[in-house]
Design a protein around this ligand. Sequence first.
Ligand SMILES: Cc1cc2nc3c(=O)[nH]c(=O)nc-3n(C[C@H](O)[C@H](O)[C@H](O)COP(=O)(O)O)c2cc1C
Length: 310
Amino acid sequence: MKILICYFSGTGNTKRVVDKYVEAFKSHGHEVDTFRVENRNFNYNLEDYDKIGLAYPIHAFNAPAIIFDFIKKLPKLKEEKPLFIIKTSGEPLRLNNISSIKPMSILKKKNLRLTNEYHYCMPYNIIFRHTDSMAYKMWETAQKLIPIDAQEILDRKEVKLKKFPFARPLAFVFRIEHWGGRFNGKRYKVRDNCVHCNACVNICPTHNITVENGEFHFGKNCIMCMRCAFLCKQNAIKIGLFEKWKVNGPYTFQKPEKEEEDKHKKYCKKSYQKYFNRAEEKINKANSLINKENQIDEKFDEQTVKNVEN
Ligand SMILES: Cc1cc2nc3c(=O)[nH]c(=O)nc-3n(C[C@H](O)[C@H](O)[C@H](O)COP(=O)(O)O)c2cc1C
């Protein structure tokens, strides 16, 4: 089977998840191509693929603007093909499920029919910094879930996330972030501790940061992905109105040696707990199924050996 996954990842979480999917599909002998939508020159022919995947981080309960720009330009397929959507977000609120409503309806018109939809909690790149142990736990959980979810996609077991009533207008209201990003992006500033390494200029997915006579300019194409501010080694970028919510520095995703104090442990406590419980349930169920299948295989092998010996 040939699979194409098109994705956007601002600060690396979604890419991590996509890479794990690629590994899972390839381990079953399938051919997988990936396309980063920020690369613009899309020269894959969707007709060549059996399944198409779309992956993105949730931005204000929606898909990021760059994803909308990308999918709107996709050609209409001659025949319907299955589509799977993969999302990552900092919190497990059900409200996040509405993010795929609009992309789904655009893609349906292109003959891509949603069959599977998965959501993984990954550490926040804005609002607040998750502790290293939480980031580790989220990634551990995702790594266990992804091979199971990938198998469901391959087995054509359809899985969709539950949506809210009135989800469509709700998602539309939150899409304020799409133009809000453009408005706020122009308010980004660079502090004096900047060492002019120009990393931000080089990594911005929309080439929105330019330098003139040593001065940084932030244009109108910011998509609020946070890549520049999150990855700035000097923590020198101020993100306009959202400065208080800024998160700086990549997560290690390693288990910390010492347990740190979690200042936000009460935030969405129940939702996180529910997410981890549901994940554990799914992982345990899949593992017990594998154990059963292994036992059947072992018995079958024993019986075959006996039959041959007789
Ligand atoms: C502008 C913006 C808006 C966000 N909105 C949400 C949100 O509505 N719900 C949520 O759970 N996480 C939200 N997040 C957090 C990201 O979805 C999360 O950290 C994601 O895993 C980042 O993925 P990436 O590293 O691939 O960009 C938001 C992040 C940004 C930058």
